[in-house]
Ligand binder design. Structure first.
Ligand SMILES: [Zn+2]
Length: 530
């Protein structure tokens, strides 16, 4: 440990314009000045520099070396850094490493906004963390900005880096921006030595050659992959799954951060960005063919719409589906009896189509009938009006609470400045108040953003429900949403309990006239059809 010596850490991110704003020389000069003002001198060997390294990167050689030296206690007494953003990737890292460095008896000093020894006082610790949180916010904003810039770059038909597609090589293009400044962009140009392999691959594919055979032919002709390996059928197949880069389409954002393939609609695909080896039509044709080939049969949901809803009134078990494919007969039967005939005496075999059609008629006549939803909504509104504060009342109370909270925070802050009360206690209470303030503010925002008592368009809702009940893909979900349970009695009676009903206390019973009809007893809430 050298008592009057200090070290400096400096870093700048990749990217030309950022380099200008804070050069390494400026950072070092700034740190050296502060060190000397504090009575410390800096040896050249104690200056650590990471050039063109993002703070988010795990690979910061100078930073790693510096930490190693600190841990081995071969380090000056102080470390000077321009600001906390130079040092840490995120809040978590900052918390751990800052404390670690101080523990190894090295003082960290920032030229901008020095927060002091976090172990010395809770206020120092608190301030340090505030700066870290702010820095992280900045990093997130920056990441978002970079994402948008790259997207725009791709939309303009340029690459954001990475390997070119097979058959291409990098090409630097100079363009003149809107402000007249010349910029260098990256694009792809045909690589005469590998492009014929791509053309050959798609030609062979058109003739019906398999991926594996194509790979063998490419290998025989002496072609190798970009990583200098032999071609495999899988590599060739991957070209057919994503053939657009070979047709001059600049693609960006194909993988997300976890290297998963992103949804097609989130991709940037810009055609005619560079010369194609194959035509766009061919690429589209191959893509469609392979897309359909890979696709599993679409999920149609269960053929049986009422599984899970029907319940045996006798034993309480659910009804399950029973299919006889040979006779093309589809039934619901008591699940218990289905396993062992002697388990339940409910011997009903309920025809799938028949019960489903009958239920649908019931829904049309009852729930979708004019007036039902209207009176249901009216009943709901009456219920909620009586026991809930209005939106305006909620907003008013939250505003008052927020105001009180702000006053308390002001008082605490002045108490902190006066240093009359125990600091820790004040900070604890301050944190609590801050939390409450954020919570109140978000509640207030939510209440204020609510539309004022909107009138529901029930006609539209009715149409929507009808459409869902007709749509094969979602009719099951719609039914499950509408119906609570269907009880099946041995005497072919069924009780349908809907989730919404206008007569919760006295269920409407079936019109006796219906009793003579064939079919099952189905009624909203409790209908008997025999
Ligand atoms: Zn049963």
């Amino acid at each position: 440990m050298n008592p009057n010596k200090a070290a400096i850490y400096a870093r700048f991110s990749p990217g030309a314009d950022r380099e200008k704003s804070s050069t390494i020389e400026a950072q070092i000069a700034m740190c050296r000045q502060k060190a000397e003002a504090d009575g410390f001198s800096v040896d050249e060997a104690d200056i650590y520099i990471d050039r063109r390294v993002s703070a988010a990167s795990t690979d910061r050689p100078a930073f790693q070396q510096m930490l190693a030296n600190i841990y081995q206690r071969q380090f000056p007494a102080r470390l000077y850094v321009k600001d906390d953003k130079r040092l840490f990737r995120n809040v978590k890292e900052a918390l751990v490493i800052t404390e670690d460095i101080w523990q190894h008896e090295v003082e960290i000093h920032f030229c901008l906004a020095d927060t002091g020894d976090p172990r010395q006082s809770d206020a120092n610790w608190f301030m340090g963390i505030q700066f870290q949180v702010y820095a992280e916010m900045e990093r997130r904003r920056k990441a978002r900005e970079t994402y948008e810039h790259q997207k725009q770059n791709a939309l303009a038909g340029f690459s954001n880096g990475g390997l070119p597609p097979y058959g291409y090589q990098r090409q630097k293009v100079e363009i003149t921006g809107a402000t007249g400044i010349k910029k260098e962009k990256l694009s792809w140009q045909i690589n005469p030595s590998t492009a014929p392999a791509v053309a050959l691959t798609f030609e062979l594919h058109q003739q019906g050659t398999s991926c594996r055979q194509i790979a063998e032919i490419l290998n025989q002709q002496g072609y190798r992959t970009q990583k200098d390996n032999l071609f495999s059928g899988a590599t060739v197949a991957s070209w057919f799954r994503n053939p657009f880069p070979f047709a001059g389409v600049m693609i960006w954002g194909r993988h997300n951060k976890k290297r998963q393939v992103t949804a097609e609609e989130e991709l940037v695909q810009q055609p005619q960005s560079y010369p194609g080896i194959i035509s766009l039509e061919l690429a589209q044709q191959v893509y469609q063919a392979h897309k359909n080939k890979d696709k599993k049969p679409a999920y149609r949901g269960s053929k049986y719409l009422l599984t899970g809803l029907m319940k045996c009134a006798h034993c309480g078990q659910r009804f399950v589906s029973h299919t006889n494919l040979k006779k093309k007969q589809y039934y619901y039967v008591c699940g218990y009896r289905n396993r062992r005939k002697s388990s339940c005496c409910n011997h009903l075999w309920v025809q799938m189509k028949r019960i489903e059609q009958q239920l649908r008629t019931e829904i049309d006549d009852y729930i979708l009938a004019e007036g039902f939803l209207e009176s249901y909504l009216q009943a709901c509104l009456t219920d909620s009006e009586t026991d809930q504060p209005t939106q305006a009342e909620l907003i008013k109370t939250r505003q008052q609470q927020l105001q009180q909270c702000k006053v308390r925070i002001d008082n605490l802050v002045s108490a902190l400045a006066d240093q009359t009360l125990p600091q820790q206690e004040i900070i604890n209470r301050l944190q609590k108040e801050q939390k409450q303030k954020v919570e109140l503010q978000s509640q207030l925002d939510r209440f204020q953003s609510l539309p004022e008592q909107k009138v529901v368009d029930l006609g539209q809702f009715r149409q929507l429900l009808k459409r869902e009940l007709d749509d094969q893909d979602c009719q099951k979900a719609a039914l499950q949403g509408l119906i609570d349970e269907i009880k099946v009695y041995v005497d072919r009676r069924m009780e349908v309990k809907f989730k919404i009903s206008n007569s919760p206390t006295s269920p409407r019973l079936a019109n006796p006239a219906d009793r003579g009809k064939t079919g099952y007893g189905v009624l909203p809430r409790a209908r008997v059809l025999i």
